[in-house]
Design a protein around this ligand. Structure first.
Ligand code: APR
Length: 316
């Protein structure tokens, strides 16, 4: 009879007890958030079934080149996303993470631009918006530093309004109803010229642009510096990877950096195939399902019950 050699298990844990035991004694905690966190609030994710980028060619909209080529088209896309984001509310997971930030040394790195964590009053100094915000606007002129934060005006200029009258097929509302499917050649997108787009109030020369990080752009250097400073301070006990496909770098790279600093990894995702590229180990956790339900449950041992009805939305 041959002896069986015990192989190390590479199956991550799934139990709440072992996670909460580790969470309770953790002193430095990190989270990486993605679009899946806001899915149950009603916002589409980017990749996969029902994802925004499935029907849109991301590089034709979310790049500085696209803005240079057709700022009217790019503004319509972002105006539509601002409108959609303002039409939904933070969910219990946004509130639970905000509460954890008040209770522990917990830094959140969010790839989300939807404004829902700030609206759940996540402490601003503990929330690093790696990809900016739909509600920040800045001047597109290289020589102008104008930046306005938390601009919730919808639409940002009247010409970007989404009218409620859907009888006219050329209106933005008709486009919105068709999910602004610009990949559909039959969808006529009204052209908006320079005169009808938001202008910089400071230099009066440049067009304003959404304060988000586009493909081919660097992440904001002040944000990266803050994150590096926090990461370098000490070891990290835990990183929660919530609702992200963890495929976009440099954001996804923070999982490995945290692991090198000792962190155990807990993934919360609807799709069990979406683990970080470096994989998961037996000391890690994978919680499969809706982040809005799972996150408050996971954090309960530190933050107590999350009752969203008692919590306020900073955009109201
Ligand atoms: N709960 C938890 N996870 C969910 C849920 C949910 N209710 N719904 C979807 N997910 C998961 C999906 O399985 C997927 O792994 O959320 C993830 C969403 O992945 P992406 O669409 O790739 O979004 P994200 O990871 O945030 O994308 C990163 O890419 O397009 C750029 O700049 C954009 O910030 C974005 C970045």
């Amino acid at each position: 009879m041959a002896a069986t050699t015990a192989r190390p298990s590479v199956v991550p844990k799934k139990d709440l007890e072992s996670f909460q035991e580790h969470l309770n004694k953790s002193t430095r905690i990190l989270a990486l958030l993605g679009a899946g966190l806001s899915a149950s609030s009603g916002l589409p994710t980017f990749r996969g079934a029902g994802g925004l980028w499935r029907t849109h060619d991301a590089t034709s909209l979310a790049t500085p080149e696209a803005f240079g080529r057709d700022p009217g088209l790019v503004w319509q896309f972002y105006s539509y996303r601002r409108h959609m984001a303002l039409g939904v509310k933070p969910n219990p997971a946004h509130y639970a993470l905000a509460e954890l930030a008040r209770k522990k040394n917990f830094l959140t790195l969010s790839q989300n631009v939807d404004g829902l964590s700030p609206r759940a009053r996540h402490p601003a100094d503990k929330l690093k918006l790696l990809h900016g915000s739909l509600f920040d606007v800045k001047c597109s002129d290289f020589f102008c530093d104008y930046l306005e934060k938390n601009n919730y005006t919808d639409p940002i200029v009247p010409t970007l309004a989404i009218p409620t009258d859907e009888s006219d097929p050329t209106t933005n509302s008709a486009l919105a109803a068709r999910e602004l499917d610009i990949s559909d050649e039959n969808v006529a997108i009204p052209e908006l010229d320079y005169d009808h787009l938001p202008k910089c109030p400071k230099c009066k020369r440049g067009l304003l642009r959404p304060g988000v990080v586009w493909f081919n752009e660097r992440l904001p250097s002040d944000v990266l510096e803050d994150v590096d400073t926090w990461m370098d301070e000490d070891d990290i006990d835990l990183i929660m990877v919530i609702g992200t496909s963890a495929k976009v770098y440099p954001a996804a790279g923070y999982v490995d950096i945290a692991r090198r600093k000792g962190a155990r990894v807990a993934v919360i995702n609807m799709d069990k195939g979406d683990a970080p590229a470096s994989g998961l180990y037996s000391r890690d956790w994978f919680f499969e399902g809706d982040a809005a339900q799972i996150v408050p449950e996971l954090l309960k041992s530190v933050i107590g019950e999350t009752n969203t009805e008692e919590l306020s939305d900073a955009a109201q």
